[in-house]
Write a protein that binds this ligand. Structure first.
Ligand code: URA
Length: 197
């Protein structure tokens, strides 16, 4: 367990625990503010993320940022975003269970440093890994589960919403539910907004 974000970043950038290190261009550790109360967890970097070293910067990321903005969330202001695996699986395949297993320690360390009040899983892979192995994202998205004192919910993966735009209203509703939950349990996520009024 690394005690600071700087130590964690330095160690994670040098990680060679699994074979994904051989094909990656960048390790995608995470992005956001260190005192965020809300953490988003995706599956793993895609091509654009691998090129830039930041999560959710491709088309799915643009949609994610739009939905976040609609509920006053912003990776530069009040949330943190990471992935289950930190290196791109070739051809954007799902990360293998053994790759997830070898990588999950980094995410656990991130959760320990951040101590989020709410974790939002982006898509099926993250929800099955973080919430429960038999999670059904089409049926259970938008529901809150409590685990070890942390509220967790999953929403549809923004890439899935891009492939199937009819899911947009359902996905957007999850963000509205999230906004309500943040107002209920978080202390400073929307603080700046209140101060500005
Ligand atoms: N999809 C993910 O799950 N994570 C990213 O960082 C980008 C796309």
């Amino acid at each position: 367990m690394y005690q600071t974000w700087e130590e964690l970043h330095t160690a994670c950038l040098a990680c060679r625990k699994c074979a994904l290190c051989q094909t990656r261009l960048h390790v995608v550790v995470g992005v956001g503010v260190p005192d965020a109360e809300v953490m988003f967890i995706g599956e793993g970097p895609g091509e654009n993320e691998d090129l830039q070293g930041e999560p959710f910067v491709g088309r799915a990321g643009v949609l994610l940022d739009k939905m976040l903005l609609a509920v006053d969330l912003d990776r530069k202001k009040n949330i943190y975003i990471a992935n289950i695996v930190k290196c791109r699986p070739p051809h954007n395949r799902d990360p293998k269970p053994e790759e997830q297993e070898l990588c999950i320690g980094w995410l656990r360390n991130q959760v320990k440093l951040l101590r989020p009040k709410i974790i939002v899983c982006l898509g099926r892979i993250a929800a099955m890994r973080i919430i429960k192995p038999d999670f059904r994202v089409t049926r259970e998205h938008g529901l809150f589960f409590e685990k070890n004192g942390v509220l967790m919910m999953a929403t549809l993966h923004p890439a899935a919403v891009l492939r199937n735009p009819s899911q947009k209203p359902d996905a957007f509703n999850d963000y509205l539910l999230l906004r309500d939950k943040i107002k209920e349990v978080c202390t400073h996520t929307y603080e700046q907004e209140t101060l500005c009024r």
